[in-house]
Design a protein around this ligand. Sequence first.
Ligand code: M6R
Length: 614
Amino acid sequence: MCGIVGYVGGRPALDVVVDGLARLEYRGYDSAGVAILAEGALTTAKRAGKLVNLREALAEEPPPAGTLGMGHTRWATHGAPNDRNAHPHVDCSGTVAVIHNGIIENFAALRSELEEAGHKLGSDTDTEAVAHLLEDELKAGGNLADAMRRVCRRLEGAFTLVAMHTGDPDLVVGARRNSPLVVGVGDGENFLASDVAAFIEHTRDAIELGQDQVVELRAGGVAVTDFEGRPAEVKEYHVDWDVSAAEKGGYDYFMLKEIAEQPRAVADTLLGRIGTDGRLTLDEMRISDQELREVDKIIIVACGTSYHAGLIAKYAIEHWAGLPCEVELASEFRYRDAILSPTTLVIAISQSGETMDALMAVRHAREQKAKLLGICNVNGSTLPRECDGVLYTHAGPEIAVASTKAFLTQLVAVYLIALYLAQVRGTKWGDEVFAMVQLLDGMPEKVDKVLETMEPVRELARSLAGERCVLFLGRHVGFPVALEGALKLKELAYMHAEGFAAGELKHGPIALIEEGLPVVVVVPPRARAVLHDKIVSNIQEIRARGARTIVIAEEGDASVEPYADTLISVPAVPTLLQPLVTTVPLQVFACELATAKGHDVDQPRNLAKSVTVE
Ligand code: M6R
């Protein structure tokens, strides 16, 4: 949720930190703050609201120039999003500064203990307790890293912490448990951040930090230990995208750029999946074919848009691989008594790989001895490390809060997994799998075609900016697409939007239909006549009751024309692959409608990109 940056090196730390925060603002934008260590003193500055407010404050009153610094952009959990609760937080003497992402669950007890001991806490946050605990531990001896290790051993919950201390003027210390933190390795300078985007313009060499580790960052090197002080093994990696991928590249919003990048992202996710023998290969699967043959049930866990990708996966897995498949909201999964065994394959889908609900679901499944497969877009994140195997999507960095290219690439990933299962289990012949992969290879061109025809959708969206509610209907894989269209509109345009299975309408929701209500209907290909004809009847039913019908159907589908107030045509593709083309108009629709209402589509209210609390 919050974004964290730390720096030590030869450059002005303030510039590095504020530029890094600008790239992490998508993680939270309730308030922002920095701390700079210069001339033996710590200077902090913090402001409620977006980063621009902090920038203005810093321009009015710049801190002394220093080469050690850290910064934070907040998504509030404990304490209102005001100046007082913004990070960094300092101890009683102002010699220790701390920033934090996550929730310290035992903070109330720690706070009472600190107050009883005479500490004065000036905010409502859980974070501030850490600054005061570090103050006490520093008095007990050792440097800031020793103090951090001792403090971490007392904390419960999830946290990334970064701290600086005037007594250790060349040292920035970081720690993590259940919350992201990566190290950027430079030449005579090093970085800490929640996400590599913060330092990608300075270095593409990074280190993954493991669970319960503390990192000591100096200009000349990086040392990592566990919370007990034992040296830890770390994994270095090279980031395969550069700074241009983390910039808007001429678009007004990241979301617009990311929608436009979808053909490339889909193509990149498909790249290199067919081996020289013509068979589908998934490099980092790490679950053997024999183990996959033994799987007798699949459970998919995910949140939000990734959950919608999971719903679509179910159709592909059941159809191609002939395996029973359940899909569960990750936040609910561990509260029911799901039946898992070593022959259950749990697939966790998460763009960020840091969504706490997804991670907790994975850990629950691990305890029950299920096999774990992750679908993830972020190299170096937690999810792939906690799964037996992984399939990376290659969407590149997704900065806008609304998931777009991540979703399309997740669909590609689930299709590939379904086909791979079909291949190893023999439910499809090799040539059938190959033919389907070839159809997938043709999808970037189809998505491109959809993007070229979006002007009428933008016009329509602008004309509906005054509406209070929009409904979305679909059947089969069109149903999760309807849910996704509604989610996009809710999160970006702050409108009431609901997605329904079209067949369910008559069981209640049809009562919502009134004169002029916009209803978007996703029509399956004509080749699935049984689905197609039913939904054409559903369109007639709602139109008869006054709905304004916005129909998304494949090119040349004349049967829907008489009942469509607006017809959006998409290229004809096989039924299971249709979400790759029908979702795109819904993304464009929500983005344009929200923009017409004057909303910042990259940073919708109350949200953050990466949800690292439960
Ligand atoms: O990083 P994840 O895929 O785990 O994120 C899951 C959801 O928080 C995310 O998809 C969210 O629903 C999007 N903002 C929707 O556009």
